[in-house]
Design a binder for this molecule. Structure first.
Ligand SMILES: [Zn+2]
Length: 345
């Protein structure tokens, strides 16, 4: 903006001089232009930052696969739950209703996410805050689907009596009910349910952005913290003459541990010194190590997304108290994770 004094002086002279009149117009016009440009820059910058953060956690959608009207709803819903990705939600919506918001199955399941009225009564949420929980409203249906899947994933991951991949188990529970999965100690042996799990896995790969989710190659993905709200109790460096090759986060036994970036699991189970561990390979020949775990939630060979639940912290191995030991290893050489994260945004 033109300083008021200059503007006033220019205005008083403007009537007398055509040159001053032109200067005054130019000053006012360029100030307005500057403010408009600043506003555009600010809003664009903020949007990009938010979208980036959300996609990093939620898994990235292959462009053009999800109907445009539901894209943001799916990404937002996936961002509400570690372990539930946008491609997974999209695959379910496709299989459940073929993206038909008004779908009603012969069994009476309703809307995009095909909730039965009884399940909707207990699990339906108001996704768009309009005060109404409506299974035929896409915003409500997608938010409810993500919340319900999150609940099922937590239940199957916590249940020591189940075998199988947690996502497969959660999908089976979505299809056949959690009771059926628990009763059979794994994916319920119904052909319909087994076909559902396979179909969602296939569709999910179709909805996933290959550039973002291909394990082992492609550009490095985003990096997220392996544990939430935990204090660092020991840093990277030499302790009593030997290298402490990672950082330690104090955490009660059973705290959720999350994958740091997209990749695939290359080790999960007992490891000398670290008790139970998980090791993950990421694009760019980077590996991450999660040690002293009480339980793994992934199996070797499994593809993982940033923020996906991979294990629970513990106090196994050479450990002086419950904590997570976390390492970042470019070319399998441990570096200070704090410096590594600073370099990887
Ligand atoms: Zn440690």
């Amino acid at each position: 903006m033109a300083p008021p004094l200059l503007a006033a002086a220019a205005a008083s002279n403007a009537a007398r001089s055509p040159l001053l009149r032109w200067v005054l117009t130019a000053v006012v016009a360029s100030s307005v232009l500057l403010v408009v440009m600043l506003l555009i820059l600010l809003s664009g910058g903020l949007d990009a930052a938010c979208a980036g953060a959300r996609v990093g956690v939620a898994g990235t959608l292959r462009p053009g696969t999800v109907p445009a009207a539901y894209q943001q709803m799916v990404l937002r819903a996936a961002g509400t739950c570690a372990g539930i990705t946008a491609p997974l939600l999209a695959a379910q919506l496709d299989a459940e209703s073929n993206w038909n918001t008004q779908a009603i199955s012969p069994a009476g399941a309703q809307g995009l996410a095909q909730f039965l009225p009884g399940t909707w009564a207990s699990e339906g949420v108001d996704g768009d805050d309009d005060g109404i929980r409506d299974p035929f409203n896409p915003a409500d249906a997608i938010a409810s689907q993500a919340a319900f899947m999150c609940k099922l994933l937590a239940a199957v991951t916590a249940d020591q009596g189940l075998t199988g991949d947690p996502i497969d188990l959660a999908l089976a529970a979505y299809n056949a009910g959690l009771g059926a999965v628990q009763q059979h100690h794994g994916i319920a042996p119904y052909p319909k349910t087994q076909a559902y799990v396979r179909r969602i896995r296939t569709l999910s790969a179709r909805y996933a952005d290959p550039a973002a989710s291909a394990p082992g190659d492609g550009p490095p993905g985003s990096w997220v913290h392996p544990i939430h709200g935990a204090q660092i109790t020991s840093g990277f460096g030499y302790r009593w003459g030997r290298l402490h090759a990672g950082i330690d986060f104090a955490a009660p036994i059973g705290t959720a541990v999350y994958d740091a970036s997209n990749g695939s699991v290359i080790d999960a189970g007992p490891a000398s010194g670290l008790g139970q561990w998980v090791k993950i390979r990421h694009p760019g020949n980077i590996t991450t190590v999660y040690g002293h775990l009480s339980r793994e939630a992934v199996t070797v060979g499994q593809a993982v997304q940033p923020g996906q639940l991979i294990a629970y912290s513990g106090n196994e191995g050479h450990s002086t108290g419950p904590h997570l030991h976390f390492e970042t290893r470019p070319n399998d050489t441990p570096v200070n994770p704090i410096a590594f994260y600073a370099a990887h945004g």
